[in-house]
Design a protein. Structure first.
Lengths: 109, 391
């Protein structure tokens, strides 16, 4: 019975939920979101694809040498690669990964 | 004359795949057995294929709700194996996040209990209040559920003064509400009718069947790893283990709600008294600990969690073993489900009883070998030892 009063007053309170697709909650700046990659800073050391626990980073080759390709569909957002990168070429952000129909749109290189 | 009644593997009251095999006479359950082997994920084997640093993120995913307990246990275990010194402040921060995760887990369980007993308002309110904790977790660690906070050698982020103030003010509001829920559990006729005297587990049985965590503490056994085998800075943070001797589902609910309040006190104390300094020791991304073995126990929200590691000197563990609290509590759950003497278990009590151990099946599943004829066989430890499987 102790809840009856609460339940009635809740009728006149602000909504606790967020009407998701129309209004979105602001992510705090500390949120671990999708990765960004600055190709010009990369030296191709290969640490990121060696530490990745989810095998989400693949090595590719261009004229400058080996460079990583990030598959965000496999990424678990552990940020090991961000921590390990010696040139800070992998950037953290607090954006959420978008929903896509084609997995190739989630490749970052 | 008895009738076998299967509850599960797909059943609305337990979303996870568990088969509870009941032998019933009329409305009374006379015998019970639990099969939890539907979702074996092979995580222990997969851990042998990962380096120690990568394995942390797999260990985190053994259980979604108690992920902080798993990472705490994994990091302490590997640090003990490799002899890595952790800065003092990191241990305090780990304690804060671990207790926050405990609050979130117990609030989720409170909501599920309310759902099982048919008290949907409390279910909604408990899940609303859990959101407060999840928002704090997101603020501190960067992830709402999978926190990724503990790393080998320390923690990833520091808690600054502004965040500490926010944590304290949010938890003060949460505490008022939880005190109200505790009074509700004590007084509400619906909750009392569905839980008092249901799922009886006597103290001697609890000891004999090696019940852990809130299940043991509700049967009057003051057994808490944080007291009996302190692993972080629990000696320096004052807290009282919550023990009830009602031995029933109501007692388990009261233990968990009491623990929420204790955890909030611990977090506030730790925020005020944590020493300043380094939060992370430098550990290379790939390292080779010396050959040897190590065992760590941690008080997860559901009870005692045990991790064992054996190293052969390479960069990957030779063997990693996880014993989750739900596995330890399953024998006790089977015992609770059986009617004995004048303690009758009704079919309607089964969800409350099984829910009262806070089951988490996905981290519990054991090996099940199915041969080509479809006959299934589960292996016990001594059978496996007799087989001496070659690697």
């Amino acid at each position: 019975m102790a809840l009856v009063f609460d339940v009635i007053t809740n009728l006149f309170r602000k909504r606790a939920t967020v009407l998701y697709p129309e209004e979105r909650k602001e992510e705090p700046g500390t949120f671990r979101g999708v990765l960004g990659f600055e190709r010009s800073l990369c030296i191709g050391c290969g640490l990121c694809w060696r530490v990745c626990p989810a095998s989400a980073i693949e090595a590719s080759r261009d004229e400058k040498g080996a460079r990583p390709v990030f598959h965000l569909d496999r990424c678990i957002y552990c940020y090991l690669c961000v921590e390990v990168c010696p040139r800070k070429a992998i950037k953290a952000s607090s954006r959420r990964a978008p929903a896509v129909e084609d997995k190739r749109k989630l490749e970052v290189s | 004359m008895g009738l076998y009644l299967p509850v599960g593997p797909q059943h609305p009251i337990h979303p996870e795949a568990t088969l509870i095999k009941l032998k019933v006479e009329g409305e009374h359950v006379v015998d019970a057995d639990i099969d939890a082997s539907f979702v074996h994920r092979g995580i222990e084997k997969a851990l042998e294929r990962k380096t120690y640093v990568q394995g942390l993120f797999l260990a985190e995913r053994i259980c979604g709700i108690c992920n902080v307990a798993h990472t705490t246990c994994y990091t302490l275990n590997v640090e003990g194996l490799a002899g890595i010194e952790v800065p003092q402040r990191a241990l305090w921060l780990r304690l804060i996040v671990e207790e926050l995760a405990r609050v979130s887990s117990h609030l989720l369980w409170l909501g599920l209990l309310a759902h099982v007993v048919g008290f949907e308002s409390l279910f909604m309110l408990a899940f609303r209040d859990r959101e407060v904790v999840l928002d704090l977790m997101e603020e501190i660690t960067g992830g709402r559920v999978t926190s990724g906070y503990n790393v080998i050698g320390g923690v990833r982020r520091d808690i600054d003064a502004a965040t500490a103030y926010k944590i304290k003010s949010s938890l003060a509001k949460l505490k008022e509400r939880v005190v109200k829920y505790r009074r509700l559990l004590e007084e509400d006729p619906i909750v009392r009718a569905r839980t008092v005297g249901v799922g009886y587990l006597s103290p001697s049985e609890a000891r004999e069947l090696l019940a852990v965590g809130p299940v043991a503490r509700a049967s009057g056994i003051a057994y808490d790893i944080r007291v009996n085998d302190p692993y972080l800075v629990h000696e320096e943070v004052p807290f009282n283990p919550v023990v009830y001797d009602t031995c029933d589902a109501w007692g388990r609910a009261m233990v968990r709600v009491g623990e929420i309040l204790e955890s909030i006190e611990m977090i506030v104390y730790a925020l005020d008294h944590a020493p300043s300094g380094e939060i992370r020791a430098r550990v290379p991304p790939i390292f080779r600990p010396p050959p040897g073995e190590n065992v760590t126990r941690v008080e997860a929200p559901r009870g005692e969690l045990l991790h064992y590691v054996r190293s052969d000197g390479s960069e990957k563990p030779y063997r990693y073993k996880v014993r989750t609290p739900t596995l330890a509590n399953l024998p006790a759950a089977i015992s609770m489900l059986k009617s004995r003497g004048d303690r009758v278990v009704h079919i309607a009590d089964v969800p409350v009883i099984f829910g009262s151990i806070d089951p988490c099946i996905c981290c519990t599943a054991r090996v099940l070998v199915v041969n080509e004829k479809g006959a299934a066989k589960e292996f016990q430890l001594d059978e496996l030892a007799a087989k001496r499987w070659a690697r």
